[in-house]
Design a protein around this ligand. Structure first.
Ligand SMILES: *[C@@H]1O[C@H](CO)[C@@H](O)[C@H](O)[C@H]1NC(C)=O
Length: 239
């Protein structure tokens, strides 16, 4: 009986590691610095999307999201690796499962890291020998939408920028080719005066804190549309 219990326990542990495939959209959310564990305020948008796409699941990225203890870059490193592993494992377990990723603030940084790769001038990754390559096509092909809010690596030259900011993030991301390859499957919101994603512009109080309120409805519609168009039956070829 004891042995049986131990086996059942191990089996339960093993299955906890295995991703559950969502019938609708699998939504990974990386919260911002200091938000309580879970999907954070951005989780409200994930729930709204899940309410519109039956069989969807919302999953917060399990990383520290801290400023110190561990320090910001250690937290970013953990989050980048964790989200990347989540995406790779999900694609392996659910090869046709549609995926969305949302990230806010530090969470936007780890999301962009995971998707674009960590070829970043200021990053601690290159020195530690843990420079991560951009995700492969086998993973990105199932990503229907990536939403970033207040990304501290907001690249000035990116085509996927949304919002009123004209400047760039406080950290430099020189290589955005992997993110650009997503085309309309990535949007990054930054408004003027957000000192994290629009460094150097005159700071506007609160602007970094209200993306979910300001752009929430637009983003929910975007993700639902992206999911629906990814699920259209293949068009008949013109003759
Ligand atoms: C990453 O962070 C999570 C949650 O904060 C923690 O449980 C895990 O041990 C960390 N992983 C590493 C490699 O530090």
């Amino acid at each position: 009986m004891r042995a049986f219990t131990a086996v059942a326990f191990l089996a339960a542990l093993a299955s906890a590691q295995q991703p559950v495939c969502a019938e609708g959209l699998q939504i990974f959310i990386a919260r911002g610095t200091g938000e309580a564990p879970g999907p954070g305020v951005t989780g409200n948008l994930g729930q709204a999307v899940a309410g519109l796409i039956p069989g969807s699941r919302v999953q917060g990225v399990d990383y520290p999201a801290s400023l110190d203890n561990p320090g910001y870059f250690d937290s970013v490193k953990n989050g980048t690796k964790t989200l990347r592993d989540n995406l790779v494992e999900y694609a392996a377990a659910c090869p046709n499962g549609k995926v969305a990723v949302m990230g806010y603030s530090q969470g936007a940084q780890i999301t962009a890291n995971a998707i674009c790769g960590t070829n970043i001038a200021w990053s601690p990754f290159p020195d530690s020998g843990e420079n991560l390559a951009a995700l492969g096509q086998d993973v990105t092909k199932n990503i229907v939408g990536v939403v970033l809010f207040g990304d501290p690596t907001n690249p000035p030259q990116a085509s996927f920028r949304k919002g009123s900011a004209k400047g760039h993030g406080m950290f430099n991301r020189p290589d955005i080719s992997a993110c650009e390859a997503l085309g309309d499957r990535i949007v990054s919101y930054c408004d003027e005066g957000d000192v994290f994603c629009d460094a150097g512009s005159p700071p506007v109080t609160l602007v970094h804190l209200v993306y979910v309120q300001v752009y929430g409805q637009e983003v929910v519609q975007y993700l639902v549309r992206q999911f629906q168009s990814a699920n259209l039956p293949p068009r008949a070829l013109p003759r």
